[in-house]
Design a protein around this ligand. Structure first.
Ligand SMILES: *Cc1c(COP(=O)(O)O)cnc(C)c1O
Length: 375
């Protein structure tokens, strides 16, 4: 073996191959059963998953749709958000949150984040509520619930709807309540890398309101309740049967996987706590975090990211440019400097490897690589 380099595998940010290895046989059985069954659109796995997710999120209804983005869009549409309306949200999120508002012809109104939790700074919301405001769209970023007590109090006071973007947070709880069950509607994503992901795109809404659920059911199927009769112009946005079959298998592991994420986060917290240059994630009161991302904060983020990479450790930036500064939203005319906590976070956050199959040894290696560098 002389001359042969022993190369250690890179540590990825998320490892879907490791996840697959754990459930390979169950997935194969579920997929082949769905293929044999032949009911590919709104078949039995979609119906069963809707029942199971509603139970998991403690809501009366769940409706499968084609993606998390569509879940947000159809949720807003079902609530009647349209042209001329304003929806309050965070600029520090994946762009789909804002796009869903724009698809309705409504205006996203950005409120800055709390620099510790990266979620909407609820204390700044009231100042942005106008006569046109129809809804608040908090994002439970990185898997940590937003300040729902304050958000719901404002929604109540001003008669606003609340749509929770739970794309990163299925299984998280606020005051003991699952995310998605607190506002009027919760939007879930089954994008493959999410805590509960399919093998392609998929999403779901959860709600306690029968009419809202019925409206999303209609909108996802061409505005129709009855085949070839259309009450409104809808969309083709159904969750497909094969994805539902796959997601059902993974739903059976979700609690165990979220617990594994939590214990990896605990090890990260412990190992990084002594390094003042690294700001670890901050957990707000009365909530459980499901650690979709383990995101730290550093002044010299870009330099550390490339050093980690040279040591075989991948990391990611969620997100490098807040929505109000994206070219896609240049029309809003929101200048740099107006949402400072989001803008600063965008230059400092770094997401470390985080997935249920990550070993404590890998976490130690990541921390060692991080703390070994002189800041
Ligand atoms: C992933 C994600 C979405 C969109 O979900 P898709 O299923 O990819 O359409 C929306 N919001 C947030 C915060 C997300 O992370």
């Amino acid at each position: 073996m002389a001359g042969q380099l022993i190369t250690q595998a890179r540590t990825p940010v998320v490892d879907l191959k490791a996840q697959y290895a754990e459930i390979k046989d169950e997935l194969a059985a579920a997929v082949s059963q769905a293929l044999a069954d032949g009911r590919f659109i709104l078949g039995p796995n979609v119906t069963a998953l809707e029942t199971e997710i509603a139970a998991y999120c403690n809501t009366r209804y769940a409706v499968g749709v084609a993606s998390g983005t569509d879940a947000l869009h159809l949720a807003l549409r079902a609530l009647g958000v349209g042209p001329g309306d304003e929806v309050i949200t965070t600029p520090f999120t994946f762009i789909a949150t804002a796009e869903a508002i724009s698809y309705c012809g409504a205006l996203p109104v950005f409120v800055d984040i709390d620099p510790l939790t990266y979620n909407l700074d609820a204390g700044q919301i009231e100042a942005k509520i106008s006569s046109r405001t129809r809804a608040i769209l908090p994002v439970h970023l990185y898997g940590q619930p937003a300040d729902m007590t304050q958000i719901m109090a404002l929604a109540d006071k001003y008669k606003l709807a609340v749509v929770e973007d739970c794309a990163q947070a299925i299984g998280a709880k606020y005051n003991g309540k699952p995310v998605g069950s607190i506002g009027n509607i919760g939007a879930l994503s089954f994008f493959p890398s999410k805590n509960l992901g399919g093998a392609g795109d998929g999403g779901m809404i959860v709600t306690d309101d029968e009419q809202t659920a019925a409206a999303v059911r209609r909108l996802r199927a061409h505005g129709s309740n009855r085949k070839y009769f259309h009450e409104e112009i809808g969309y083709n946005s159904r969750l497909d049967e094969l994805q539902a079959a796959i997601v059902r298998v993974k739903l059976g592991r979700l609690e165990e996987w979220n617990t594994a994420r939590r214990s990896r986060a605990y090890v990260y917290n412990k190992l990084l706590s002594e390094f003042v240059q690294i700001i670890p994630p901050t957990l707000g009161e009365n909530r459980t975090h499901v650690w979709h991302q383990y995101t730290i904060r550093l002044k010299n983020r870009d330099e550390i990211k490339s050093r980690l990479s040279n040591m075989g450790i991948d990391s990611a930036i969620h997100y490098p440019l807040p929505i109000h500064l994206q070219p896609a939203y240049a029309d809003l005319g929101i200048n740099e400097g107006l949402l400072p906590a989001s803008e600063t976070a965008a230059t400092q956050v770094l997401s470390l490897p985080m997935y249920p199959q990550l070993t404590d040894g890998q976490v130690e290696r990541v921390c060692h690589a991080l703390t070994d560098t002189d800041f």
